[in-house]
Structures are given as C-alpha cells and as structure tokens.
Design a protein around this ligand. Structure first.
Ligand SMILES: [Zn+2]
Length: 464
C-alpha cells in the first residue's frame, strides 16, 4: 500500500491525490469499493425535489485504472441508472444489482490509464442499512441530511466507496427556492431560476467518499467572526467559519459556538495548519442522536446547542476530525482509533485549554469507567461491529495520554504536529503513526501502544 507521505501540503492541495492500490478490499466492508481503480475527481450535478424526495443526478468521474481491467465496479445503492458513457462512448454492457454498478468496457484498459465515466441516474434515495443502523441520504422533517460514515455514500452518488480512495469534488445541487444546500468546500456559485436555486461547491483537497455530503434545509448563513477584524484571525491561521442554521435557532447556535474560534486556534497550535479553506457547522432543526463530521463541515442537531461541557466537547470533537479523519484518513476501517481516539483526545486538550479540567484528570476518569466495563475488544482492530464502540474512542484517547505521560508534553505535541503535517491529505495506518512517533521521540512507542491497542486487558496509565 502506498501513501501520500512524501507530498508536501501545498503540492497535495494542487495535485490530484496519488492513487492507492490496497492489496485487498477493506476487511470491515468487503463489499464496498474497488481496488481496480482510483477516482481522481467527482463532478456531481444533483437535482433534488424535496417534497417527493426525488433525486436525479449526473456524476462524471475521472478515474485511474490500477491494473489491467475489463470492467469497472462502482458502488451505487437503490437508484436507477439511465445512461452510462465511458470516455464518451457506450460501454459493452452495464448491470446494476446488489449495490454494484458494473460497467463492462468495450475494450480492456491497462494500469495507469485514465478514464472518464459519465453516469445519469435518478430515484428516491434512502439510507443504506447495515451493522451501524441507517447511513447515507436521510430525509429530515424539512430538508435533507447526508451522514455517509462508513458506507452511506452510494445512497446518493456512484462512487468507489473505500476510505483509501480520496478525490477532489465539485458538487452542484439544484433544489427548491427558499432552501440552502450546503456541501463540502467553498461555495463558488449560487444562482436562482424561477422556483429553483442552484448551489455549487468545490472541494479541492482529496476527500474520501464517506466524507462527501449534502445538507439541505431552510438555513440562513451566519458568519461566526462577524464584526471582528478578519486580518487578526487570519494571521493566526483561523479560517472563516460559518453556521448554517434555521432562523429561529440562530441566536442559540451563535452562543453555543462562541468558543469555536478559540478551539480552532488551540488545535492549529497543537496539530498544525487547519487543512481546509473554511469550516461550516450545519445545525438541523431536527434533534440528532449524534453530531457528524464531513470534510470542511460538521452537523449538529438542535439538541446539541448548549454551553455545557457535554455539548462543547462534541463541538471540539467534530472540529478536530478535520485533522484526524478528514485530512488524515484511515486506509482501512480497522484503524478507526486514529480518527476517534484522536478526536476524543482533542476534547481533553480543549478541556485543559478552556480551564474546564486538565486532560490528565479527564483521562483518569475515563480509565476508571473503562476499568468497570468488559475488556473484550482490541482498539487497534475492534471488528466491524464494534468500530464505533465508545471504548474504542476512550481507550484510543487513553493510549495518547499514556504516550504523552511517557514522552513529556513538548515531545508529545511535536509528534502530533509532525503526524498531522507529514501525512496531510493522505491515507494512514497505525504503523505509520508509530513510525512518526518513534522518529520524533526515540521512545519505544510500539511497545507502549501494543498494550493499549492490541491486547484486551486495560493497561495501567503511567503516573502523573
Ligand atoms: Zn468522532
């Protein structure tokens, strides 16, 4: 498996991501994604009729073939495909069954060949059902929410749905007037035509398909830095932050997110530059079970608006996923602790920075709770069913706290910074983290993390 390890951030931002060729499908989602090709760019034009929950789309994919192929397999759930072109021509055959769109090529392609797929499709999108409940395209009371993790992307567009396949995106959504569509990246155009409005976004940094999203609602757009000098925040690396929120919730949202700028500044200090050009928090009128992260944006439910620690930790958690999860994305789901353990640790960093409670005290409390729970999973390979288990989050964070106590604060933050910078926009695994941590600290990180990640019994935390 190759990686983007050698690409400097400025190059990675401009160049298409290097295609990755995993030797095998993701063991946690063996039915998802194809290792025969990598997508470089998705160009999506979506027409959404809200009342009827109808979606008609045109997806143009630029892909690179990774080995000799006679057919290409894409992930697409229960939508109807009306037309497929490959490099502008009809393929030999197209079939669509069991969530796979199989395109038999008129002539075989060799490794390294680039191919343009042009796919038109339509239907009434529904979430994908799986081990983790329903994920993907979801109707709200008055709008749409997309929560793609881990395999919901095929509910709304044809894709190569493996987390190691990262691509750039253009997403244009045409929907009912009076609604705002929010997608990943920068809004580059907004047009109105009779009773329809089109919202066009560009995500120029590589993005995994599960992080692609569309949110539609009666949202107004609030600028979080409103009234303050932009130059002052820019010089600290803080990017523009917006809240997309229904009018009646706007005041609540502003006061709940009032510390987010300080959170971003804290994380920039600890993890390095914020990876994307802006950050939007969408607040749904509906209550949501959990907040969700997508690339360059997060989604909170109206029930997450509060100044309480429980709400603030979630706001910090989702923001930190922009570094850990979105910029650095696991190549395989078994390494999910590299997202969730880090995001949970980011909560504790914020707790410390905001004067709520030192990270060490949060860690001690989490250790006590974990000690009382069954110790029957491996954080470094929890299995598909348990990959979102809270014990993976907390024990992953405790592994980082154990590392911090072992190497000291200065070396610990240097290695987090180096990790997020060296592998910016890349695909990562646990071995790569250990390599960076050992290079930075000369400490036996593998020895320490083995006990936290790859054995079941809960290790003692080093004293502090
Ligand atoms: Zn998370």
């Amino acid at each position: 498996m190759s990686s983007n390890a050698g690409i400097r951030p400025e190059e990675a931002a401009a160049a298409p991501p290097a295609p990755l060729c995993p030797a095998r499908p993701d063991p946690y989602l063996p039915g998802s994604g194809s290792t025969a090709f990598a997508v470089l760019h998705y160009d999506l034009d979506l027409e959404v009729k809200l009342a009827a929950n109808r979606l008609s789309g045109r997806a143009r994919l630029t892909a690179r073939v990774l080995g000799p192929v006679q057919r290409l397999e894409l992930d697409l759930a229960r939508l109807t495909v009306s037309k497929v072109l490959v490099n502008g021509r009809r393929p030999k055959k197209v079939s669509h069954r069991g969530g796979k769109l199989i395109v038999a090529l008129a002539s075989p392609l060799d490794a390294g060949a680039d191919v343009e797929l042009d796919i038109r499709y339509e239907g009434s999108p529904v979430p994908v059902r799986g081990l983790w409940g329903e994920v993907g395209w979801e109707e709200l009371d008055d709008g749409v929410l997309v929560a793609g993790q881990p395999n919901g992307a095929p509910s709304w567009f044809p894709c190569n749905d493996r987390p190691s396949d990262k691509a750039t995106y253009r997403i244009a959504v045409t929907t009912d007037a009076g609604y705002r569509a929010v997608a990943n990246g920068d809004l580059v155009q907004h047009t109105k035509k009779s009773s329809r409005e089109t919202w066009e976004y560009r995500m120029d940094q590589p993005m995994a398909s599960y992080l692609a999203t569309v949110q539609i609602g009666r949202y107004g757009l609030e600028d979080l830095a409103d009234g303050r000098a932009e130059s002052a925040t820019r010089s600290r690396g803080i990017v523009r932050q917006h809240i997309a929120v229904p009018g009646p919730l706007a005041a609540d949202a502003r006061s709940s997110l009032v510390r987010q700028e300080h959170m971003m500044e804290t994380f920039i200090d600890r993890f390095g530059p914020y990876p994307f050009s802006q950050y939007t928090v969408v607040v749904t009128e509906d209550e949501l079970e959990i907040p969700l992260e997508a690339q360059s944006l997060s989604v909170l439910g109206s029930n997450h608006l509060s100044s309480s620690w429980e709400a603030q930790r979630l706001i910090a958690h989702e923001l930190s996923h922009q570094w850990f999860g979105n910029s650095l994305t696991v190549a395989s789901w078994q390494d999910i602790w590299l997202h969730e353990g880090f995001a949970c640790y980011a909560e504790w960093i914020w707790s410390e920075e905001s004067g709520s409670m030192p990270a060490a005290a949060r860690a001690n409390a989490a250790w006590k709770r974990l000690a009382a729970l069954p110790q029957d999973l491996l954080v470094g390979d929890p299995g598909a069913e348990l990959m979102f288990d809270d014990r993976v989050y907390k024990r992953g964070a405790l592994a980082l706290e154990a590392l911090r106590r072992s190497v000291g604060d200065a070396a610990f933050y240097r290695l987090l910074h180096r990790w997020a910078t060296e592998h910016r926009y890349g695909s990562v695994d646990t071995g790569m983290f250990i390599a960076v941590a050992e290079a930075e600290t000369s400490f036996d990180v593998r020895g320490l993390l083995d006990a936290w990640l790859f054995s079941r019994g809960l290790p003692a935390l080093p004293g502090r």
